[in-house]
Design a protein around this ligand. Structure first.
Ligand code: PLP
Length: 403
């Protein structure tokens, strides 16, 4: 390698940190470890037969088109389906095809949002805790984070008001507010209808754009979803991100951004420079799969499967966890967030958990300020029910030995 290469690195790569989760996940790859660490959907949720059929038909009838480059905006068939069947019909969002651009899954959408909004030193408001991949995407462009505490109804609106007032007095205008309102990663918390209304109002008063990142919305186990923040706010005040990763499969790398035309246009320009287009091959498979009506029944099966797994984990917590360990039972999604007594540092405890053959993600990874030392995120979608019970038993043993 050439000498002093580090001097040639850009400011943005210097801003990027290796993901704590990825580093810890390396330790969890031993086969006998029960890992609650990844955010992986269950392979049982993958519609293998349906995809096989769709793919074979596609190769017979439209191979020449789908093996080609696509447009940066994304496959017209997929965009039309999402706009009409998902947003117009089910979410009461009167958007048009010009309001939706396909991205290489939501992670690219987060990166492009960072690219179009953030200059080094700009401030972004987010929940504490919040999705690590969001923090990393924005931090790469030099963002600094101002956090707002969550409670069981989502981001606390009183704290948001305080923060925005303080920032205003200091002459600081945040670039946007980032939130994951449905079954949040990492806490599993859903923002209540009333809280959404409050956050929208406060943001509008401060002329603040809201980024609504919602990969888990379709995975509701009971009750009804509150409306999307996008549908409740004025057009142009919210950008909504969606993805097929948790409802079809992550490997397709298909997501999308919904926003006003001007903003969608900026995303398209930024995306052109990033990857020209998302794979038309996987986009068209997803479109045909949805057009054939496979999506909803499959999601219903996945929801039933994950509900059982969530219950298995909560029941195991009740059976094994010592007093002082708390959690909020999520009504959907993939995660449970555990708070252990203050005296325990979950990062220090991690190697002991690995020694007992169970893994989690340290909660502090999700707090931009590094707090949350006594919290951890546990995924319940990937492991089998038996593994969940055994894994919780092992974890409870480790926690008890720390107390
Ligand atoms: C809140 C949130 N946003 C975005 C993503 C990225 O998902 P993908 O890039 O697979 O669409 C995830 C993945 O877990 C997530 O939890």
């Amino acid at each position: 390698m050439i000498s002093q290469i580090e001097e040639t690195y850009s400011t943005s790569i210097r801003n990027m940190k290796r993901s704590v989760i990825r580093e810890l996940l390396k330790l969890t790859s031993q086969p006998d470890i029960i890992s609650f660490a990844g955010g992986l959907p269950s392979p049982e949720s993958f519609p293998v037969q349906e995809l096989k059929q769709v793919m074979m038909e596609m190769m017979d009838t439209e191979a020449a088109e789908v093996l080609q480059y696509g447009t940066t905006e994304g496959d017209i068939e997929l965009r039309r389906h999402l706009v009409e069947k998902l947003y117009n019909a089910r979410e009461n969002m009167p958007i048009t095809i010009n309001n939706l651009v396909i991205t290489t899954a939501s992670q690219q959408a987060l990166d492009l949002i960072g690219k179009i909004f953030i200059d080094p030193g700009d401030e972004v408001i987010c929940g504490a805790p919040t999705y690590l991949g969001g923090i990393n995407a924005f931090a790469a462009y030099g963002a600094r984070f101002r956090t707002v505490e969550l409670d069981s109804e989502g981001m606390r609106s009183d704290r948001l008001v305080q923060l925005l007032d303080t920032m205003k007095k200091a002459g600081r205008r945040p670039k946007f507010l980032y939130c994951v309102p449905d079954f949040q990663n990492p806490t599993g918390i859903t923002m209540s209808h009333e809280r959404r209304r409050q956050i929208i109002e406060i943001a509008a008063q401060h002329n603040l754009l809201i980024i609504e990142d919602s990969p888990y919305r379709e995975l509701r186990f009971e009750g009804e979803n509150p409306p999307t923040i996008y549908s409740m706010a004025k057009p142009g005040n919210v950008v909504l991100l969606g993805t097929v990763s948790k409802i079809l499969c992550p490997s397709f790398r298909i997501g999308w951004v919904v926003g006003c035309e001007e903003l969608v246009d900026k995303i398209v320009v930024a995306k052109q420079a990033a990857d020209l287009c998302t794979s038309l091959f996987t986009q068209r498979i997803a479109a045909r799969y949805m057009q054939k009506g496979y999506m909803v029944p499959r999601i219903n099966k996945t929801v039933a499967l994950y509900r059982e797994k969530r219950d298995a984990m909560v029941n195991a917590f009740e059976e094994y966890m010592p007093p002082g360990v708390t959690w909020v039972k999520p009504t959907g999604g993939l995660f449970l967030f555990l708070t252990v007594p203050e005296s325990i540092d979950c990062q220090e405890m991690f190697p002991k958990a690995i020694a007992e053959k169970v893994a989690y993600v340290i909660g502090s990874a999700f707090y931009p300020d590094g707090s949350g030392h006594n919290t951890m995120r546990l995924n319940f979608s990937f492991s089998s029910k038996d593994q969940i019970v055994e894994g919780v038993r092992r974890l409870a043993k480790v926690i008890k030995s720390e107390l």
